[in-house]
Design a protein around this ligand. Structure first.
Ligand code: CUA
Length: 310
């Protein structure tokens, strides 16, 4: 998982890292020059000179330094302004994705003019390489902040208001996003798995996500589905192709294909799935998901069915 703003994977992040180095290097050079003059001035001065009038030569040097400072500041301001404009440009031919922040997970909806072709997932964002993606950011509760350091700067998600952010990945890979605004108890467990993949692979992924949940292949999975649909799970979660259609928690239609569960709190495997369902508060205190009391074989069956939803 790539997680650094200094290793950009697309043109927007490259713009930011260029500004970072420009500002950093200019500030370091200015600092060294100022300290150099300070040391020089302190060393060479004697008592008598301290009270002598300032020479015209020194005045000219001070004037030049002030002028140079102005030029550097204006230059940095212009480069900052140009960088901001490049980041805010609305790309043509963008894929539109709605991202909603919740305490404490990400709801991701791939838009389509045909409603039935829309895809809803959670904590998982796939991006086609080379094609811009326009995110429409909103919040279901408090202010969150969307940040995938390898791809873009941060953008806040505000309740009742839509902000936008363009992403463009030019290097294939898995990247991690985080919530970058303190949003309550589990702010630190609000992670997002981003995969930048070639366009044909992305098209296959999106098509697979559009499909209804896989039919159970084993007796245990069948039992697991029955438990899901007859217990409290259904009150919060949707699984497309079943009667479960609630939108309070993450859509679980293809939960088995996600690399991690609970917004990055745990790797996705059957043991973690079962442990999470039995007692979410042990892993993510304050999470909105309540514990589910189930016999151990029922719990294993439920985890097995969810794991099969690829
Ligand atoms: Cu959401 Cu911090």
């Amino acid at each position: 998982m790539n997680h650094t703003a200094l290793a950009p994977a697309g043109p927007f992040a490259e713009r930011i890292v260029e500004l970072f180095w420009l500002f950093g290097i200019v500030a370091a050079v200015v600092y060294l020059i100022v300290i150099g003059f300070l040391v020089y001035g302190l060393r060479g001065r004697r008592e008598a000179e301290a009270s002598a009038p300032v020479s015209p030569k020194t005045l000219r040097a001070i004037g030049a330094a002030v002028g140079l400072t102005g030029i550097v500041l204006v230059g940095l301001t212009i480069s900052d302004f140009l960088g901001n404009r490049a980041l805010a440009k609305v790309p043509a031919d963008a894929l539109h994705v709605r991202v909603t922040g919740h305490q404490w997970w990400w709801e991701i909806e791939y838009q389509d003019s045909i409603v039935a072709r829309r895809v809803t997932t959670a904590n998982q964002l796939a991006l086609p390489l080379g094609r811009p993606v326009m995110l429409e950011l909103g919040s279901g509760d408090v202010i969150h902040s969307f940040w995938v350091p390898s791809l873009q700067g941060k953008k806040d998600l505000l309740p009742g208001y839509t902000t936008t952010l363009a992403l463009l990945a030019s290097r294939a890979g898995d990247y991690t996003g985080e919530c970058a605004e303190f949003c309550g108890y589990q702010h630190a467990h609000m992670s997002l798995d981003v995969a930048a993949v070639p366009p044909d692979e992305f098209a296959r992924w999106l098509e697979a996500q559009r499909a209804d949940a896989a039919e159970p292949a084993t007796e245990a999975q069948r039992r697991g589905r029955e438990i899901f649909l007859t217990s409290s799970c259904r009150a919060c979660h949707a699984v497309q192709g079943t009667i479960a259609a609630a939108r309070l928690g993450p859509d679980l239609t293809h939960v088995g294909s996600r690399p991690r569960i609970a917004a990055g709190a745990l790797p996705n495997n059957l043991a973690n799935m079962a442990a999470w369902i039995a007692n979410p508060q042990a892993f993510k205190p304050g999470a909105r998901m309540p514990a589910t009391q189930l016999a151990s074989d029922d719990l294993a069956a439920l985890a097995s069915w969810l794991g099969s939803l690829r």
